[in-house]
Design a protein around this ligand. Structure first.
Ligand SMILES: [Zn+2]
Length: 114
């Protein structure tokens, strides 16, 4: 795969389309992106791709033990959800009057800046 520029950002709502938490017609799986790693081309989505991790007892975590935490997944497993039309969509780009690049929903054409 080439070096496609990642178009998902922290704070975006995405729909999971592949992997163990992929959406089905009966159960749409969406969550907020809590971190992105452009070098690895992965995203971490709140509540998705949950793994169990052993943690040691610390001052914050008095209990220690096993915690459930979302693990990174390949960015190709998710699609951005448009803030305007609420559909999962591919992302286009346009150049605004001030020269900045704006993400655009390819379904409805709306700008998708946060
Ligand atoms: Zn849209």
């Amino acid at each position: 795969m080439g070096k496609a520029k990642m178009r998902i950002r922290v704070g975006d709502t995405v729909e999971v389309i592949a992997g163990k938490d992929r959406s089905t017609p009966q159960r749409i799986r969406r969550g907020e992106v809590i971190s992105v790693d452009p070098a690895a081309n992965t995203v971490t989505v709140d509540g998705m791709n949950i793994v169990h991790r052993a943690v040691r007892q610390t001052q914050q975590m008095r209990q220690g033990g096993i915690v459930e935490t979302p693990a990174p997944m390949d960015a190709s497993n998710v699609m951005l959800v448009c803030t305007e039309c609420d559909e999962r969509t591919r992302v286009g780009k346009r150049v605004a009057a001030d020269g900045s690049k704006v993400r655009v929903c390819k379904k409805c054409g709306a700008d998708m800046e946060q």
